[in-house]
Design a protein around this ligand. Structure first.
Ligand code: FAD
Length: 381
């Protein structure tokens, strides 16, 4: 694109995990797609993330599976353990079992490492950083997008992959702030040398549980074992801060989880820098698209992170939306959007509901309905 009056068939707003996946899949399917991201440039944001076999199949299709497998950690189990006694509440097999039963690897990885691979794999001339969408005009044959840098683009279709505070969602459903879920998460990358010096074993993927569903999810984010991460879930009375996160401290971790199992204590002792994040939420939306606008990912179904499937649902959305548009072509977008919502609504809402309830894999259960799902071959509709 060379000037401010360009036309594109499909505009994706947001190059986060879902938007980047949508861009790769739509470009791969032969669509003229351009992606507009408010950030000035790519930044390695976030910390740990799990990617289930349901989504590794999509990365296989995009050509990123092997690279992500090389970088990420491959836990053999998701363990759930009692935070005080260390007793095992469940042992959910992943690793080789997962590859055989679910058709791809289960990995845990640094979110920024994965996002970097996603962004690098895109056709760079389709990716426009420094473009914050500020206005939309829905016209008869297209949508006029205005960005904060003054640029205007006419798009045939607009995919809102613009996250929990989505402007596209606001256009469809009106302004409404996400709701504070009543939960916060402490997040820390832990000093490996300190962890090792404890002489204890740190499992590759383990969730420690206390009363009232308080927990610490701890896991490796690199296959070479050089990075270990935890995120907690703790109910609180409210969130008064204006910022997206605040600093926490080892002392706060000690006050919240101290006196627990020795492995948990070692995690706390090895904590140097820890931040505290509010978890935001919305009820399931009653509208996923209108006219030429359609939503995916957190713009559409944000959730508390306790099932480790929020980004996975965004990327599944991208795969199904691409398949629907392939069926109908861009001219048939109304049918495509109807088919997309019909295919996605039940599954995404179920994951959102279970994630918010924070019950996933606490006790032995069969996760096949999540992990064995193949978004590339699942029946549409
Ligand atoms: P985002 O990744 O938020 O991307 C939205 C993008 O849109 C951003 O880049 C933003 O800059 C851009 N944007 C916004 N507004 C505009 C605008 N007006 N113009 C242009 N660009 C705009 N998920 C998992 O699958 N597994 C996990 O293990 C996991 N762990 C998590 C742990 C925590 C603590 C949290 C908070 C979340 C976790 N998630 C996990 C959820 C996951 O991070 C989100 O579901 C996922 O990032 C959503 O992707 P998205 O593309 O919809 O939105």
């Amino acid at each position: 694109m060379t000037n401010s009056t360009d036309k594109v068939d499909i505009a994706v707003i947001g190059a986060g995990l879902g938007g980047a996946a949508a861009t790769a899949l739509l470009a791969g399917a032969g669509f003229s797609v351009h992606t507009f991201e408010q950030a000035a440039a790519f930044t390695r944001l976030g910390a740990g993330i799990h990617i289930g076999p349901n989504v590794m199949k999509i990365f296989r299709h995009i050509g990123l599976e092997k690279r992500l497998e090389e970088i990420g950690s491959h836990p053999d189990f998701w363990f759930s353990r009692d935070g005080r006694t260390g007793d095992y509440l469940s042992r959910i097999p992943l690793g080789d079992y997962g590859r055989k039963e679910y058709g791809a690897s289960y990995i845990t990885i640094h979110r920024g490492d994965m996002h970097a691979e996603q962004i690098a794999a895109l056709p760079q001339d389709r990716l426009h950083f420094g473009h914050r969408l500020t206005a939309i005009e829905e016209r008869e044959k297209d949508v006029l997008l205005t960005f904060d840098n003054g640029r205007q683009v006419a798009a045939g279709l607009v995919i809102g992959a613009d996250g929990i505070n989505s402007m596209i969602r606001e256009i469809l459903l009106g302004p409404e702030k996400p709701r504070f879920s009543g939960w916060v998460g402490h997040r820390a990358l832990v000093n490996m040398d300190k962890l090792r010096s404890s002489g204890l074993e740190f499992e590759a993927c383990v969730k420690w549980w206390w009363e009232a569903s308080r927990h610490i999810m701890a896991y490796a984010t690199k296959g070479n074992g050089s990075e270990y991460y935890y995120v907690t879930g703790v109910p609180v009375d409210g969130w008064e801060h204006e910022t997206s996160f605040v600093d926490s401290s080892r002392e706060e971790m000690e006050a919240t989880f101290g006196g627990s199992h020795p492995v948990v204590q070692a995690l706390i002792d090895a904590t140097e820098t820890v931040t505290k994040w509010p978890f935001w939420n919305r009820d399931p939306l009653n509208l996923w698209s209108r006219g030429r606008l359609v939503l995916l990912g957190d713009a559409c179904h944000p959730m508390r992170p306790h099932m480790a499937q929020g980004a996975c649902m965004a990327i599944e959305d991208a795969a199904i939306l691409t398949r629907c548009l392939k069926e109908t072509g861009t001219d048939g977008y109304k049918d495509a959007f109807t088919l997309y919502e019909a295919t996605r609504r039940e599954r995404a809402t179920k994951v959102q509901t279970i994630s918010n309830a924070n019950t996933w894999l606490k006790e032995p259960e069969d996760p096949a309905w999540v992990y064995a799902y193949d978004p590339l071959t699942a029946i549409l509709g």
